[in-house]
Structures are given as C-alpha cells and as structure tokens.
Design a protein. Structure first.
Lengths: 163, 184
C-alpha cells in the first residue's frame, strides 16, 4: 500500500468507517511505515482537539427574544389563499363566461354587415337599393303636385296674369 | 409530543410548539454558527435568524427530509449569506495576517486553551466548504449520510471533501503540533 492511499485510510480509520479487508491492509502498512504512524498521530490529535472544543452558551432568553420576531411569510400566505380559493374560482368563472357568451349569441341580433358599393355591384344588386324608399316617396309627391297643376290648368283653361 | 406532531402544529401557526423545537435545536444551531464565526454575538444573531427563516418557511416543509436536516440546510445557507456579506470586511481584517508559531512555554493550565485557540484560528483560514464539513462532522458529530443530505452532495463527495479539509488542517497545524509535542 502506498502512503498516499494510506493517508486517506487514516482518516476513515479514525472515523471507524474502514471495511475489514481495508483495515487489515492499512494496519499492516502502518506497522511498517513510521511516516504514516506520525501522520496518524497528528490526525488523532487534531480530531481530538476539534471534539474538545468548548463553546459558550447562546445569550440568555433566546426564546423570549425570538418569539416577537416570528412572523409568517405574508406573500406565501396570500399565495396559499389564492391556491385554495383562486384555483377553484377558475373553472367556475370560465363556466359563467361560457354561459354569458351563449346568452349573448342567442338574444342579441347580429349586426348586418354593411357592404361597399363595389361588393354590392359584384353581388349584382341595385346600389341605390337603400335610397329606393326615398325615391319612391319623392315620386309620389311629384305625381301629386303634377295632378294639382293639371287640375288647375283644367279648370281655368288658360293661365292669367294678375298683377 | 413527537417532533413530527410539533412540526405539524407549528406549521398551523402554534408558536409554543415551535418554541419546543427551538429549545431542542437552539444549541446545535448556535454551536454551528459559532464554529463558523468564532463570535458569540454573531453566532447568537445567526441562530436567531435561522429560526426566523425556519418559522417563515415552515408551511413549505413537506417532511421529505428530517426536520433537523432541513433546519441545518437553512443554517448553512444563512451562514453562507453572512460570510458573503462580510467578505469585504474579512478581506481587510484577516487576509494579510500571517501568524507565525512562536516558541513559548505552555503551562498545563493554559495549554489546552491555547491549543483550542490555535485550532480555531486555523479552521477560520480554511475555505468555507471545508470549514462547514469539518464543523458538521468533527464538531457536531453528524454522520456521512446526514452531511450528504444537509449539503445536497453525494456521500462520496462528503468522503473526499472531508479528507481534503482534514488534510489542510493537519498541514496548517503541523508546526504547532510539533511545539505541543516538544512541550509534552
């Protein structure tokens, strides 16, 4: 076994994490190698020191000081509320929308599309079809006036000038 | 009440249940922070911050990991954030400090204290990830698998990182170890 490999095993050995076959090889190497024995001693000392460390206690009234600082994450709570109610509201609101849309299509008459004159001509329609009632009205009026004048002319025979 | 019940109760907003959990893990969080900062005041503040964050995030805790593992993860992240913020100050204060071991006679009384002081100073000089793994394994006594869970790394990575951390610490401590040996 090489010393480089043995050094890795020293640390595992001190952690009691060596496999039995590895352990045997390692211990055999350790017997023969004073350098690795020295290293093992050093690691042992260091790990011992790390474990011996004494830590001070936290400052007194830890919980008393901590309690007033505890607050829930508001953003998270509102997200939770949205998840609870908002996600349920989505299908309901979609259903309402569909119902409203179907009501609108059933009860509101669709607007007639106004065609351009070119489109009207293409469809072989009279482009003045919109004005026909007006023209009709005018025609009747003209006929009436014409009749009035005709009747006047008929009564008097000739028209006279009265200054 | 069992830990799971306490956590569930705290998730619903029961501060007293959370208080029981705080009492249980207070020292562990404090020691972890102290091991990483070497300052009682800072460690106390960090431990408080860990529990504040944990209480806020508690409704999101889904019992996929152990509560202690989850708490340690929060602690590690809090400590890392602290070091990131303090990085500039640290650079000014410590980076140019090279302490040379001075040959002096240790008395039995203060030898242990001196050793511990030196080892703490040398741990402080290690890279953050090595400091964290050393503190978790050699100070807090966490198992390899727990460390892997806390740090989100493979057990093999725990093995190699821990080895590198210990090797670096041994090299840094070598001159002092000679001194101590000579004294004893």
């Amino acid at each position: 076994m090489k010393c480089k490999k043995a050094e890795k095993l020293i640390v595992k050995y001190l952690d009691r994490a060596l496999q039995p076959d590895e352990k045997e090889l390692f211990l055999n190497h350790l017997k023969e190698c004073p350098l690795c024995r020295k290293k093992q001693e050093e690691y042992k000392n260091i790990l011992g020191m790390l474990g011996e460390q004494e830590f001070p206690e936290p400052k007194p009234y830890f919980w008393v000081r901590l309690k007033p600082k505890l607050k829930r994450d508001r953003g998270y709570e509102s997200w939770q509320a949205w998840k609870k109610w908002g996600l349920r509201a989505i299908p309901i609101s979609l259903l309402i929308l569909v119902l409203l849309a179907s009501l609108v299509t059933v009860f509101v008459p669709s607007e007639t599309k106004e065609l351009s004159r070119a489109e009207v001509l293409l469809q072989n329609q009279n482009p003045f079809v919109d004005f026909l009632p007006l023209l009709e009205e005018g025609r009747i009026e003209n006929e009436n006036i014409h009749l009035i004048f005709t009747s006047i002319n008929g009564e008097n025979g000739t028209r006279r000038y009265f200054p | 009440m069992e830990e799971k019940e306490l956590v569930q109760s705290a998730q619903k907003g029961d501060k007293e249940s959370f208080g029981v959990l705080v009492e249980k893990y207070r020292n562990k969080m404090f020691y972890l922070a102290y091991g990483m900062t070497n300052n009682r005041e800072t460690a106390d503040d960090l431990a408080q911050e860990v529990f504040i964050k944990a209480y806020r995030a508690l409704p999101r805790f889904s019992f996929k990991a152990k509560f202690s593992t989850w708490l340690y993860r929060i602690a590690i992240n809090t400590i890392k954030d602290f070091h990131r913020k303090e990085a500039g100050v640290e650079r000014v204060n410590f980076n140019n400090r090279t302490e040379v071991p001075v040959e002096k006679n240790f008395t039995d009384k203060d030898e242990k204290q001196e050793k511990l002081k030196i080892i703490r100073e040398n741990i402080k000089k290690l890279p953050e990830k090595h400091r964290i793994i050393l503190t978790l394994r050699d100070v807090q006594g966490k198992s390899y698998s727990e460390i892997a869970d806390i740090l989100h790394i493979a057990p093999g990575t725990v093995d190699s990182r821990l080895f590198r951390a210990r090797k670096k610490l041994r090299k840094a401590m070598a001159p002092y170890l000679k001194l101590f040996r000579r004294e004893s």
